[in-house]
Design a binder for this molecule. Sequence first.
Ligand code: H76
Length: 482
Amino acid sequence: MKGFLLNILLFISLTPSVCVYGQQEQREPLPAEQEISLKYGADRLGKRQDAAMQRFRENRLGLFIHWGLYAIPGGEWNGKTYKGAAEWLKSWAGVSSDEWLQLMERWNPTKFNAKSWAKTARRMGAKYVKITTKHHEGFCLWPSKYTKYTVANTPCRKDILGELVKACNDEGIDVHFYFSVMDWSHPDYRYDIKSKEDEEAFGRFLDFTENQLKELATNYPSVKDFWFDGTWDASIKKNGWWTAHIERMLKEMIPGVTINSRLRADDFGKRHFDSNGHLMGDYESGYERKLPDPVLDLKVTKWDWEACMTIPENQWGYHKDWSLSYVKTPCEVLQRIVHAVSMGGNMVVNFGPQADGDFRAEEKKMAEVIGNWMSRYGEAVYGCDYAGWEKKDWGYYTRKGEDVYMVVFNAPYAGKLNVKVPNGVKITRACVVNGEEVKAEEIARNEFNVDMPSGKMDGPFVIKLTIDHASDKSDKYLKAKT
Ligand code: H76
């Protein structure tokens, strides 16, 4: 019992507020006249529409990669296996930073091949790779000159990040940097600011972090995005000015770079959305291992957003034992990807490579199955957006310009896919993507039945609809009513 209480205490002290990473205040913006003036709030209303942002948005599918020292123990410490997220093992097992960072002596990923990672991402249909430059443990995948805890001081010595950036760029894959502000390896990190000493230490810590970010932006200028994590602590919330400063600094250094909302806190420590209810950063990043409800949460279609997910329940870094929680099937992963796109969001699917630098067999299989599907149906994902049509049980709509896609995950036994179209819209043609044309019959006002494909479909499939904006005058149902 004592051990248990001690563990709880340890847990609380080491993980001050891990549960609020997705804390979002998505309330309606205040009426303009009630808005308070903020120095560090949103610096833009509405979506960014420049080319870089459009590219971010059109990419839609990304591959997240969590790789760090935690891949070595893989969820096991001193013979004990911990069920929690493997990249948090240091915290679960109460390991001191000194002891944890000794894992660096064992960092020797002999199978690491940046080219093959980039090829896997491309074959999977991912348009970008989001790589953990530094996770909470503090170990850097690049040879940072501001800390000794980097790849440069391991047996391997390779600039993992540099190799990956180059390999991805060669494959036409964008690179996004994950960066944890919270850093367990740094003596000046503070969870809260309660004294003059805390303030001074944290000030030094913020300088250190700024230097690392400048270093990343300078050494890898082709980076397209910074995705911040570990920004939930009171210490950061009390320094909202710094988050605004970092966003501006990176944007000056790398024109077009995109920044997630999770970095940001305003003058009053409000995160993601400022005190007036406006999104900070370029896209909302609170949907972690969850997604907005496709019917109730349509507010998300007003801004850009990106969700991320794990294949097991909650393992980002490599964990040896995937039998400890449910592991999603490729079809379930696909469904989440399409779900996000159908609501105007991106999805990043996470892999946690092994310590030897190879992906685990389940991940390779996942990449293959998703890639095969994307190569046939990807036109319903890339560059697609919220369609604005009423959600139906058979699946999701996505839309690109005048084309509307039906992505069918639940085939009805009755054989008809019911479609409610918005006022004035007619379906003039329905065609399985890379397949046969199917009948679309108008059965009532604003309502069509689309036939299932005649051939056997061995998984989710896509029907592309050609639509016509008929004027109300040519609408026989409207005429019949008036
Ligand atoms: C909590 C937490 C972190 N945020 C996810 C994206 C993982 O990096 C996890 O360790």
